[in-house]
Design a protein around this ligand. Structure first.
Ligand SMILES: Cc1cc2nc3c(=O)[nH]c(=O)nc-3n(C[C@H](O)[C@H](O)[C@H](O)COP(=O)(O)OP(=O)(O)OC[C@H]3O[C@@H](n4cnc5c(N)ncnc54)[C@H](O)[C@@H]3O)c2cc1C
Length: 389
């Protein structure tokens, strides 16, 4: 098996995420439906979202589709279809971390989601009731209960939920590197190359690499936000959208510490303890994938984050930009490339959106089962690329 990447393993989106392995979650992140929230976003005042006006027309078809998949019924449908993947995600990570000698990066102590207003917490109740019907566990905590778990937080919130089936990683980049080293130990190869050179040659799939052309009977396109760069020249269209997000690391002040990721739902950011410091990650920015970074959300939310946790100085002078590869229904694309005999042996595994770290190992298992003819652990039909027509 040969893994081809233009960079080192895990150096793009998989480097900079919030590090959460979401073994239990209810609705995927939907398009805001409240008018007041939409106005706040439109006025560029929302801490949790930003957009580039000049790119809106180009991304409008995806946004309209995403909006259509954000009704309560559709979110429930996506949650049910995601459940078989999410419920196995921690176990799959753990097994892979174990055999890769990387268990030291795993924390199995959940995450905390915080609610600053009673109204925000009440609005969540229907979602939690639905979550309980599909096996998602969340424990309600009062302020004292949350502070007992994370004593360095300030009580600027009114309600908290602890999600016990969630895990997190203290260094996602080192984990991907450990997985790549495990691939090499099993006889696989990693090589730099440009996947846009993928073509059919002599009945096989061939790609140009630094080590010369590599050919194989099967090829898997797993390029996250860049997957369409390879698929569109092959005539395969999928509605992949991009939700950009940023991070920066901060030193905690004094003896302050966090032991698990904390989400401030009101302002849509997360604080995660990482080996590099406390990683502050932002919500979504709707902009062209390759547009220059505009980390304005930090200006809008940093004072809220500092009020919640004693963040000291940033550990870097620059802000990291990542690109969540999102399908409108928030489900990944997994399985054979659509139709036509010339595409035999071409497989797809991308579009994991907000939860690609979570889903990497479990989707890797599922596609491997499909490719080898083994019985898939779950019905892969909901993830077919053809679901969009
Ligand atoms: C701010 C933020 C926070 C997040 N938090 C979480 C979280 O807590 N939990 C979670 O589960 N998910 C989270 N995510 C989402 C998650 O990080 C992504 O879904 C996931 O990393 C996508 O992985 P990927 O391998 O598909 O894409 P990537 O990690 O981006 O990998 C794509 C690879 O393709 C390579 N490539 C690109 N073009 C070419 C080419 N032409 N030829 C060869 N190689 C190429 C790149 O070098 C790269 O290595 C977050 C994302 C962001 C932005």
């Amino acid at each position: 098996m040969t893994l081809v990447d233009k960079r080192g393993p895990g150096e793009e989106t998989s480097y900079g995420n919030t590090g959460v392995i979401v073994g239990a979650s209810v609705f995927p992140t939907g398009f805001p439906r409240s008018l007041s929230k939409l106005i706040q976003v439109a006025m560029k005042r929302a801490p949790e979202a930003n957009y580039h006006l000049g790119d809106l027309l180009r991304i409008a078809p995806w946004l309209i589709s995403y909006h259509g998949f954000s009704t309560e019924e559709k979110l429930k449908d996506s949650a049910v279809k995601m459940r078989p993947l999410m419920s196995r995600s921690v176990a799959e990570h753990k097994a892979l971390l174990d055999e890769s000698g990387a268990l030291k990066y795993l924390r199995e102590n959940g995450w905390l989601t915080l609610y600053r207003s009673a109204a925000a917490f009440e609005a969540l109740q229907r979602q939690l009731e639905f979550g309980a019907t599909i096996g998602v566990a969340a424990q309600e905590l009062d302020i004292d209960g949350a502070l007992a778990l994370e004593p360095s937080l300030a009580p600027v919130f009114r309600h908290a939920l602890m999600w016990p089936d969630v895990a997190s990683l203290s260094n996602p980049l080192m984990v991907t590197r450990a997985f790549a080293a495990r691939l090499a130990a099993l006889g696989g190869t990693f090589v730099n190359g440009d996947a846009r050179s993928l073509k059919r040659a002599d009945g096989r799939w061939q790609v140009e690499t630094a080590a010369g052309p590599v050919a194989a009977t099967n090829a898997v396109v797993a390029l996250g936000p860049w997957s369409t760069d390879v698929l569109e020249p092959l005539g395969i269209k999928v509605p992949l959208g991009i939700k950009r997000g940023y991070h920066r690391h901060y030193a905690p002040k004094g003896n302050a510490m966090l032991s698990r990721p904390v989400i401030d739902t009101e302002y849509g950011y997360a604080l995660t303890p990482m080996e590099q410091g406390i990683r502050l990650t932002t919500g979504a920015e709707f902009a062209a994938r390759d547009a220059p970074p505009t980390p304005v959300q930090f200006d809008r939310l940093l004072h809220h984050a500092q009020a919640l946790f004693p963040l000291g100085e940033p550990n870097e002078s620059t802000t990291w930009l990542g690109r969540r590869p999102n399908m409108p229904d928030s489900l990944p694309v997994l399985g054979r490339a659509p139709g036509q005999s010339g595409r035999d042996g071409l497989w797809l595994d991308f579009g994991h959106g907000h939860w690609g770290l979570t889903l990497g190992p479990v989707c890797g298992r599922l596609i491997a089962e499909m490719m080898t003819g083994a019985t898939p652990f779950t019905d892969p039909a909901p993830y077919r690329a053809e679901r969009f027509g």
